[in-house]
Each structure stands twice: as structure tokens, then as C-alpha cells.
Design a binder for this molecule. Sequence first.
Ligand code: ADP
Length: 161
Amino acid sequence: MASAIYAGSFDPVTHGHIAIIRAGLLAFERIVVAVTANPSKTPMFSSEERMEMVRETFLGDDRVEVDSFGGGLLVDYAAGRGVYVLLRGLRPVGDFDGELQMAAMNRNLAPGIVTVFIPAVDHFFVSSSLIKEVASLGGAVSEFVPEAVERRLRAKFAPPS
Ligand code: ADP
């Protein structure tokens, strides 16, 4: 069965990520969304919360599995799961260089694993950090994230009562 791993921080998941997963499902039978605990970033939402938001989004769709990826090399995690495709979204602004570098490094580390890029189409200007910034300033983000995510963002930034 052809599976792919889509790893990221998903802090929080956006319609940009969701579009990549939906497009990925056209090519792969199963997508494992690997939520990283990325120690180099300090996430706003806990690993559990970030996983929960992705799970809520794909509730009832057993083609999407949500897992946590706690560290180590992504290629080792993938090989350990018997998955040989890493899915990445590619936005026109800023993603290309870093993504290409990472894909080339991963290919060198694990020649049996390939990175597949899916171009961002509609939400290419959306990033989790920009969403958090807009939400923190009181802006509406309902167009860019699922309702449950918007609710959680509102709760995070609600003035103390
Ligand atoms: P990371 O911390 O690895 O950047 P992200 O959660 O930000 O994790 O993103 C994971 C993947 O999703 C990356 O390949 C990134 O380029 C892609 N991505 C993020 N936002 C979008 C978007 N709006 N449209 C398409 N791809 C996106």
C-alpha cells in the first residue's frame, strides 16, 4: 500500500496544510501526518494539542493517520514505519531553497526514500506563524484554519477575565 509521511510542526494546522494532505491523497492511499516535537522551535500548542487539531480535521477518514515524531532523523522514522515517501508542501515564497536542501540531504542519508513536493495553490501565503500573529492582534483567521483551530486560537489570545 502506497503511503507517504507528511511531517511538520502544525502549530497550528492550517488550510494550507490540509490542502497538501488532500492533494496527497490523490497520489497516495494513506498519509501519516507526523507532528514534530521540534526542539528548535517553541510551539504555541503542545504536541498533544497539535495532533488533536489534525485528528479533528480528518475525523472519520482512516486514510489519514496522525502520529507524533519525537526527534531523530525523519528518514529513520520513515524507514522504521516502512514508508518511503516524504510529502512536503511547496509555497512560492521562501520554501524552495530550504526544502530542496532538506530533500537532497535526506536522499543522501537514505537513498531509498524520496521527497515528493506538492505545490501550494490557494493558501500559498498562509503559514502557521502568520496565522498566530494575525490572531494575536485580533484579526480574523476563519478563512485560513478550521473552525476548531480558530476557537483554540481565540482561547489562547483571549484577554484574561
Ligand atoms: P515546519 O515546521 O517543518 O516548517 P510546517 O508545519 O510549517 O512545518 O509545515 C510542514 C510542511 O507544510 C512544509 O513542507 C511546509 O512547506 C508546508 N506548508 C506549510 N504551510 C503551507 C501552505 N500554506 N501551503 C502549502 N504548504 C504549506
